[in-house]
Design a protein around this ligand. Sequence first.
Ligand code: FES
Length: 256
Amino acid sequence: MTFEPKILGFLCNWCSYAGADLAGVSRIQYPPNIRVIRVMCSGRVDPSFIADAFIHGIDGVLVLGCHLGDCHYLTGNYEAEIKMNALNKLLQLINFSERMRLDWVSASEGNRFAQIVSEFTNQIQKLGTSPINNKEKNSEIRDNLEAVKNVLEDSRLRGLIARQRELVNDGNVYGEQISAEKFENLIDEVIQNEFIRQKIIVKIKSKGKSVPTIANEIGVKASEVLEHIVVLRSRGLVDVDEINEEIPTFISIMGG
Ligand code: FES
């Protein structure tokens, strides 16, 4: 039996949704696996929505907007590109990046809409169902996706993403511009560090654990885990749970 993937599509109202509509009225054939959420602009799609969709077992997510330069709100699709670029980096860390695609479809491109949906559906069929739907392996995947979602909801990465165009194009208040390459490196560094920190938080959200135990569970050196714990304690997100034979255990105090 062929696997029928569950695909979620975020379509912007002004271009891609109209393109999908045109495909429908023109009776252009495309796989029926996509469920559409109409948004006013691709820039409205918060990357954490996509992590959430994956947590709920969606096999693939398409985000479609107007072509660059054609956004009804001028720059919404440029913002979408920046957000999805950061999301893609996070999804690469957990082997999920091929399950998400950002693309552009205008109101007159019914054929292009059908082609993108067909290509993406084939790609997801080849990848198979999301690993979160595999009951034997899903707890680690769920932890990873939760960590990804937490990073995306955290103000550190959001603040950087929100200011990327401004800092790269116009510079800071002193007129100092940051090169696109330097900014990309900064985003990479924040993503790497915050992903590990959120993984630590997920692992200790209901039970205190020692540094070596956490290190073993997330596959990171104990010395590195300790450095992240120090940062998380300074942010008031983690505290000492108890001390057994001089070995402290740490627990998340985020309330999750
Ligand atoms: S309105 Fe279509 S991408 Fe902004």
